[in-house]
Design a binder for this molecule. Sequence first.
Ligand code: IMP
Ligand code: MG
Length: 179
Amino acid sequence: MGTKIEVMISEEEIAKRVLELAEVINNDYRGKALKIICVLTGGFIFMADLAKRLDLDVKMDFIDLSSYASGKESSGSVKIVRDLKTDITGEHVLVIEDIVDTGRSYNRLLTHMSTLNPASFKLCTLLDKPSRRDSELVHLRADYIGFEIENEFVVGYGLDFDQSYRNLPFIGRMVNTDE
Ligand code: IMP
Ligand code: MG
């Protein structure tokens, strides 16, 4: 069973878009302190690259959610596997996600964060697959979106297939090479 990864969004395109997003965020939060929260594991590269471009008083935290048991299908319920280490009460919070797919993780984050009383809550995602949103979650749209993509499974730049390919510097699609 052969698989190869085909480039869908190049390293250069990602870098350019990350810079654009950072400029918008810098403007929106000018003069404010910002807590950026990385959703593990997929968000780690995006968060690192974006954080370097933020010209604000930035603090960081991490949260780990489980949604995909393994492979390409979501398990349905989203659990908080590792919670925040720091208090976010009264803080401006920007959650950094790799991708918004069914919207279940985003929804779980919204409910969880609202109980923690931040001053504001926004979500920034590198990728958005709006066509995949659960019917009751179609209203969910991230505040900052890197790229909107079709209903296609992607890997790289933090995103995995069975925990592999996260280290690829680009976003790629998996192509079956048998036939
Ligand atoms: P949700 O379905 O919106 O809750 O997304 C849950 C998580 O599934 C995302 O944060 C990703 O980690 C993962 N995911 C969704 N689509 C893809 C994909 O195309 N490739 C790799 N991971 C994905
Ligand atoms: Mg994720």
